[in-house]
Design a protein. Sequence first.
Length: 476
Amino acid sequence: MTWEAVIGLEVHVQLRSGRKLFCGDRVVFGDPPNTHVCPVCLGLPGALPVLDRQAVDLALRAALALGCTVPRTSTWARKNYFYPDLPKGYQITQFEHPMGIGGRVDFDSDGGAKSLRIRRIHVEEDAGKSLHARRPGRTGIDLNRAGAPLVEIVTEPDLRSPGDARAFLQSLKRDLAYLDVSDCNMEQGGLRVDANVSVRRAGSAVLEAKVEIKNVNSFSYIEKALTQEIARQIESREAGSAVRAETRVWDDRRRELRTMRSKEESSDYRYFPEPDLPPLAFGPEELAAVRATLPELSRARRRRFVSEFGVSTYAAGVLTRTRAWADYFEALALDVAPGEAANWIMGPISAIVGEGGGSEAAIRVPPHRLAELIALVESAAISRSAGRTVLEAMAAEGVSAPEVVRREGLGQVADRQVLEGWIDTILNEDEGAVARYRAGEEQVLGHFMGRIMTLSAGRAHPTEVRRLLQEKLREG
Ligand code: ADP
Ligand code: MG
């Protein structure tokens, strides 16, 4: 009997407006606790929320990019619960009428092209954080994050494997960054995922009782936690017992899941409409205008890089990891053959700025300057290895390739007389080796080449040296 996994995700993403959703406080990670708070996010009596329009605009971009329908109006609600990091006693969120409904996303996974329905996307404020490690025996509360702007993206239970869940999340993260909606910095809690999972007999259309997995803070652990949980559920079902609906948390240290609470203990949030905020309203013109500003997303761009530029699927994947990186490649490919452009970016450039550091590369070595350097290497004016040295200097000092070449005397030497001078020096030094070559030991040629390259500090034109060297050795 084979089993099928059913997975649906709830993803919280911090919007990159840099400000809280209902007050002007800045959202900064890592600042001293409670330095970005005010009466509104502290929930002091009488303080009123004022909506930050920029956060709404970012959420709208996400909703449209996920293929959601954006209703003419959406409303705010209060979700009530008691927790020390929630000073108001309720979270402002969207409940009955969210900003986006019924979307669809295509993504590529190891298993091929996949598609996933998005149930809804809504805007809400974040809670603060409990700090357990600061003072022995005490828990501190940091409210710097309280009121930070989030979207929650809820998928339909369309995913069928942990690998697909991971692939979808990676693609979502990439695209939210492409859209400038979020940095999705997982270490800083900028993207948080709850994964819901159940198993059923393959072919069945029933939705069985699900387990919700919380508190997993990396994509590889999400994949691991889901794999573990699916195995546990299958084992239990094969033993003839049912799976209990419950919430399980990931234990980072032990790398395993444990029960947090059963469904019966789950809270009743007593949602009710937020009286202090008017509904959001979007007209068709506004939606069309925002839609027109959406960039080409990573998957489409990856596919286009393969079809338009003929680079490998692997290279296209690396080059489209960030939008800046992809922009950098396209700018470079205006002047340089695409294959060569890809090699330079994935090799020397990423060694300097790190993979995906497109914007940084563009600042330190703009594409037109890199093109200039590549032209020098291709015309053999400088050697390939000198090219790398030149690139490092360009990145460090913000200078052009010709400047560095001139200054460091790195120009490749193809002048016959100079080359012959070097060749004679080396051949005279080692007549034994010359004799061995002439006796048929051809690998000695490589030895001479190496000596000449060293003598010339890498500047001797290699193919020219080889030709002259062979000529000389034949003459002898
Ligand atoms: P609840 O009412 O328990 O919160 P929802 O229907 O709101 O459940 O769904 C929450 C999330 O769980 C969604 O992402 C959804 O895709 C997923 N989900 C719902 N039912 C199942 C199931 N049987 N197995 C796996 N995931 C599920
Ligand atoms: Mg729910």
